[in-house]
Design a protein around this ligand. Structure first.
Ligand SMILES: Nc1nc2c(c(=O)[nH]1)N[C@H]1C(S)=C(S)[C@@H](COP(=O)(O)O)O[C@H]1N2
Ligand SMILES: [Mo]
Length: 574
């Protein structure tokens, strides 16, 4: 017979597995279908008002946590009890878990707009939990009895003796019974002993009589197999819980995101001229669709930020620290702006650039409200996941459309691109300006603070370098001789692109035709026709910005402050 503690442990772990699996399923079906939450919700609904008031008074904001904690404690006690009972007859365990399941299902079904699918997490959780319990108890009662467990090395009776004092209340934990050679003393060396006995089941032989004295036939009890099973169960329960919470958090944030109604902008973007998009096959469209927009960040798991609890704190070198909620932000005058973002790690000719219409609150407006101090020269912004950008104050305050952005191309900011709020600053690389999931802005100084990438070998300041790229043809393309359109984009954010030149086989530079642009903050399409002749050809591009700077041939790698050089492709013409 398995000792009571072992049954309780198996019950607890099986309960954990049940909840983990339920959590995982709830992550897919909907967080509110997690039975613990559903039972908690029912409890809240059934609680008389005076008790509720008492709870809120006593626990304040933690009232939900206390409630869920209470439900979990009750569940743990009942699960342990089920485990103890199931040692005698496994049907007790199944019945106990089924009772659990019924309570969970009823709780879920009483929720508003509950569907049949919503009981799935509870049902699957209970089923897997019941299986886990019987599996653990089967292991505990000596795999020796089972066909698969053969050979003298198997734990069988010998290991039964290793039921030691490691676990409180164990009946065999009698130091005097141990052979001296096992090195055990009541005060010390327990873990050393445990390791040793795990290696040699021999010491157990000596202990068996003590076990027998406990009055039960413990030859069938296999502590080691139970504990390895328990360890496995704990891992499964933990992993399922973490994964389920991840998925569930994602769902909750997705739901909140879908529920956001974007206010009308107070300041509209300048109209995009009809000639901004040359509509050439293979050429990047003037506006990059959200799903095509490059994504660069350090987040292994995309932060899931609930807009209802999101806050933006502005503090540091300001007269009046400010704290804004998402609702506060949506009530402020919103500015719409077309801005091309670029990543400093973009290689010449690379894909880390995209142009979108952003909607947001001007950062300068918020900073003025806070009372920016004159000695400040850096905004150290921090994201929900701890990433930081250091942005020059003068750039943000010089009148350009630097935004705390809430929307991208008419859509609430996608989670990947920083929902609920990110920064967008025309003219600066993303790593010094474009903090996604931003939650904190410390007004400070470059000589006092450092942002994420600075100690990693990147420049503290990152103005975007004027660049141009050939989108079509692609390098390595095989073309037919005759008229070929070469086209691409060029950018010099907040300065503007004034000219793009193309040359073939290092001959003379020719002026490309420039598309129209609404302003200096976006990239600019260009195109040029070329009479392709048979053979292998090299095509190069360079841009000149409105400040009169022409891209240099000199190649520099992206680190520390952006690549330079001319985008060069080769094509074959037949
Ligand atoms: N929280 C956070 N924000 C971040 C980053 C990051 O790693 N974490 N990377 C920055 C960099 S390097 C760039 S280029 C832009 C990219 O923005 P996107 O992913 O929306 O294109 O985000 C910036 N904002
Ligand atoms: Mo970047």
């Amino acid at each position: 017979m398995v000792p009571a503690w072992a049954g309780a442990l198996a019950g607890l772990v099986a309960g954990g597995v049940a909840l983990g699996v339920a959590q995982l399923a709830a992550g897919l079906v909907g967080p509110e279908t997690f039975p613990v939450v559903a039972v908690g919700d029912v409890t809240v609904d059934l609680t008389p008002a005076p008790v509720k008031d008492f709870a809120i008074r006593t626990f304040g904001e933690n009232d939900k946590a206390v409630l869920v904690g209470g439900v979990l404690v009750v569940l743990a006690l009942v699960a342990a009890l089920i485990g103890v009972l199931a040692r005698r007859r496994s049907v007790y365990g199944v019945a106990g878990l089924a009772a659990f399941g019924v309570v969970g299902v009823l709780a879920v079904l009483t929720r508003p707009d509950a569907g049949v699918l919503d009981v799935l997490p509870t049902v699957v959780g209970v089923a897997v939990g019941a299986w886990a319990l019987s599996w653990l108890l089967r292991r505990a009662t000596g795999g020796a009895a089972r066909a698969g467990d053969t050979g003298p090395s198997d734990a069988d009776a010998a290991d039964a003796g290793t039921v030691t004092g490691d676990i409180p209340g164990d009946v065999t934990g009698d130091a005097a019974e141990r052979p001296v050679g096992a090195g055990r003393s009541a005060e010390t060396g327990r873990s050393a002993e445990a390791e040793r006995s795990a290696e040699s089941g021999r010491s157990a032989e000596v202990e068996r009589p003590a076990v027998m004295r406990a009055g039960a036939d413990l030859r069938a009890f296999d502590r080691r197999k139970l504990l390895t099973g328990v360890a496995g169960g704990v891992v499964v329960a933990g992993a399922a819980t973490v994964l389920g919470r991840q998925l569930g958090g994602r769902q909750a944030v997705d739901a909140a995101r879908v529920g956001v109604a974007l206010p009308k902008p107070a300041t509209l973007a300048k109209p995009i001229p009809a000639g901004a998009d040359l509509r050439i096959n293979g050429l990047s469209p003037f506006i990059t669709r959200n799903q095509d927009f490059y994504r660069v960040d350090t987040a292994l798991v995309v932060p899931q930020v609930d807009p209802n609890t999101w806050k933006l704190r502005i503090h540091g070198l300001v007269d009046r620290p400010v704290e804004l909620t998402y609702a506060d932000l949506l009530k402020m005058p919103l500015t719409e702006a077309d801005v091309t973002l670029t990543c400093v790690s973009n290689e010449v000719g690379g894909e880390y650039a995209g142009n979108a219409r952003w909607l947001g609150v001007r950062m300068s407006e918020v900073l003025r409200q806070a009372g920016l101090r004159s000695d400040a020269d850096m905004l150290l912004s921090t994201s929900e996941d701890g990433f930081t950008c250091g942005t020059p104050v003068d750039v943000v305050m010089d009148g350009r459309e630097a935004l705390f952005a809430i929307a991208m191309n008419g859509e609430v900011l996608p989670v990947d691109h920083g929902f609920p709020v990110r920064q967008v600053v025309p003219g600066l690389y993303g790593y010094v300006s474009a903090t996604k999931w931003v939650v904190d802005v410390k007004v400070t100084r470059f000589d006092r603070d450092e942002a994420y990438w600075t100690p990693r070998g990147w420049s503290a300041k990152g103005p975007i370098k004027t660049q141009s790229r050939i989108d079509v043809p692609k390098s390595g393309d095989s073309l037919k001789a005759g008229r070929v359109t070469i086209a691409g984009v060029a950018w010099a954010q907040h300065t503007g692109v004034d000219a793009v030149e193309v040359r073939v086989d290092r001959q003379e530079w020719r002026q490309a035709k420039l598309a129209q642009v609404p302003g200096p903050d976006t990239w600019r399409q260009w195109s040029i026709d070329w009479d392709a002749t048979a053979g292998q050809h090299t095509i190069q591009v360079r841009a000149t910005d409105a400040a009169g700077y022409t891209q240099v041939e000199q190649e520099a790698p992206p680190a520390p402050d952006g690549a330079t050089g001319w985008h060069t492709i080769t094509v074959k013409v037949a």
